[in-house]
Design a protein around this ligand. Structure first.
Ligand SMILES: Nc1nc2c(ncn2[C@@H]2O[C@H](COP(=O)(O)OP(=O)(O)OP(=O)(O)O)[C@@H](O)[C@H]2O)c(=O)[nH]1
Length: 325
């Protein structure tokens, strides 16, 4: 079974630098690969379905024409493409004698003759790309060379797995295990980032504070399990109501928050209404006891202290709760 990965296999690693990735270490591995094979060029190449192939690491040699960072379109008839399509290693000792490589720019533009590469996978089984060596002359690698490249590739893959595991642990630290949305720490961290961005772009933000009415009574009457189901359900409704750029979180037992982007001041009222309609429709569809939520909303003063913002939104919620009671 495929396991979930925190990395997005649709984006290039080089475009999303991650402090967990040691490009220096990978550089040494790729340099070593080229050296052991007496090859003029060695690479770690990443593949994404939309953008194609990007050289993540390129061996540091004067004989190597492809620098790290270059991108090759997904349709190009390059050797790496065959590996990504088949998921198997590829050894082409003498490409010019095989007409299937006639349209390969590595062969007819850059005069490469030989290619040996193996597939590299993300921990969830998605193809990451390839690890490969190329030569201008015909080669005759022994089987042990293939074993060697597989071994070096295992080091890269275990790095990807470790990095992924660490990322998942980081993710857990900011996620509420019950609702699956951000916990207080996650909400604050992501909100601070959005606020900094809004300051730069002179954008407006709104903060909504939600609290389930008489949640204690729901627990008492229907049991803790039903209370838990309701918390999960509220997280889902919130998730389905906000846009991807908005931030949501569960910051207490039955308290939820949403930091939303506003184009106009009236958007905050509209968002609150959308939330209310969302809850109304969702609870009809779910077999949950009757419940209501109180919502308070404020426009965010981008220079205010974050705790003060939460307090202010909480106060607004409490004003509305009094009216509901
Ligand atoms: N099922 C469940 N209950 C929780 C969880 N976390 C907190 N609670 C309960 O949520 C209840 C919150 O109670 P109160 O803070 O008094 O709020 P309330 O009953 O909603 O009252 P008002 O806010 O005034 O409407 C408490 O009974 C907590 O035990 C949880 O993870 N699962």
């Amino acid at each position: 079974m495929n396991k979930k990965t925190i990395f997005d296999p649709k984006t290039f690693l080089l475009d999303n630098p991650n402090e967990l990735i040691s490009l220096d270490k990978w550089q040494k591995t790729v340099n070593l690969l080229a050296k052991v094979f007496h090859a003029p060029a060695g690479f770690l190449v990443q593949f994404t379905p939309d953008d194609g192939f990007q050289v993540t690491i390129s061996s540091q040699q004067d004989t190597n024409p492809y620098a790290a960072g270059i991108v090759i379109e997904p349709e190009a008839n390059i050797f790496c493409r065959r590996i990504v399509e088949t998921g198997n290693p590829l050894y082409v000792p003498n490409a010019p004698i095989d007409p299937c490589w006639d349209t390969n720019p590595e062969v007819h533009n850059d005069d490469f003759t030989s290619y040996l590469g193996v597939p590299v996978f993300w921990p969830d089984g998605h193809p990451f790309g390839t690890f490969c060596v190329m030569d201008y002359k015909q080669t005759e690698y022994e089987d042990s060379y293939l074993e060697l490249i597989e071994q070096l590739k295992d080091i890269l893959e275990s790095d990807l797995a470790l990095i992924d595991l660490y990322g998942q642990m980081q993710q857990l630290a900011i996620t509420d295990p019950l609702s699956g949305i951000n916990n207080r720490r996650g909400f604050e961290t992501l909100s601070q980032q959005r606020i900094a961005l809004a300051k730069r772009n002179q954008a407006k933000l709104g903060l909504c504070y939600l609290d389930v009415d008489n949640f204690k009574l729901i627990n008492d009457q229907y049991g803790h399990k039903t209370g838990d189901d309701m918390i999960k359900h509220i997280g889902t409704v919130l998730q389905n109501t906000v846009r991807q750029s908005d931030v949501i979180g569960r910051i207490g037992g039955d308290e939820f928050v949403a930091l939303v982007m506003l184009e106009h001041e009236s958007d905050l009222v509209a968002f609150k209404q959308r939330l209310e309609v969302g809850f109304c429709c969702a609870k009809r569809a779910k077999h949950l006891p009757e419940y209501s939520v109180s919502i308070g909303s404020i426009e965010v003063d981008l220079h205010a202290n974050f705790t003060d913002l939460l307090d202010k939104a909480d106060q607004e919620m409490l004003k509305n709760k009094k009216r509901v009671a």
